[in-house]
Design a protein around this ligand. Sequence first.
Ligand SMILES: *[C@@H]1O[C@H](CO)[C@@H](O)[C@H](O)[C@H]1NC(C)=O
Ligand SMILES: *[C@@H]1O[C@H](CO)[C@@H](O)[C@H](O)[C@H]1NC(C)=O
Length: 185
Amino acid sequence: MENPKLIFLFISLLSIIPWPSQSSSNSTCLETVNEIRFTYYVQDKTLGDGQSVYAVARSIITDQVPSGFGAVYVVDVLVTYGPEITSKKLGRIQGVTVSSDLREVALETILNLVITEGEWKGSTLSIFGRNPLYDEVREVSIVGGTGAFNLAWGYATTSTYYVNKYGTRAVYKYDVVVYNTTFAL
Ligand SMILES: *[C@@H]1O[C@H](CO)[C@@H](O)[C@H](O)[C@H]1NC(C)=O
Ligand SMILES: *[C@@H]1O[C@H](CO)[C@@H](O)[C@H](O)[C@H]1NC(C)=O
């Protein structure tokens, strides 16, 4: 922009663009009501009776790279309060995971915890984040929720509790911290 006339025009335009004014409205204040912590276990089965994880798509290099880049899975997996498959049921994990790292095994997870039992029955928590499966401890975001978790936000720390020798059955532990919030207007 070397032409002085153009520079002048640009500055003039800037001055007529309406900027958000801070004084015209009262600010909305976020109030944290309470912190909720709980643990659940995800009972993955990728083969056989009760299979709950299905590969639905892959890229042309999925088989050529150790990270399995490009593999897409759809899941609808049992979630329990304890590590055993027979432990008290909490609900299901439903959604999509995508192998999205060219170098290491790391899943992009787009999941909903659908609570089907107990005091939070009918509520959901939306989980989003990168999950490098072979790290001992991973962290994913909780980006929202519905029902009892309306306006919730937080994170979950996850680790692999058990994998069988064929890799067809796995149990993942999730420690959830969520903040239940309201807005004071
Ligand atoms: C801001 O809040 C005050 C007190 O609640 C109220 O009287 C006023 O109308 C509000 N102003 C705006 C722009 O909403
Ligand atoms: C969050 O707070 C709202 C309003 O106080 C309440 O109705 C809801 O049950 C709370 N959720 C949880 C999970 O405690």
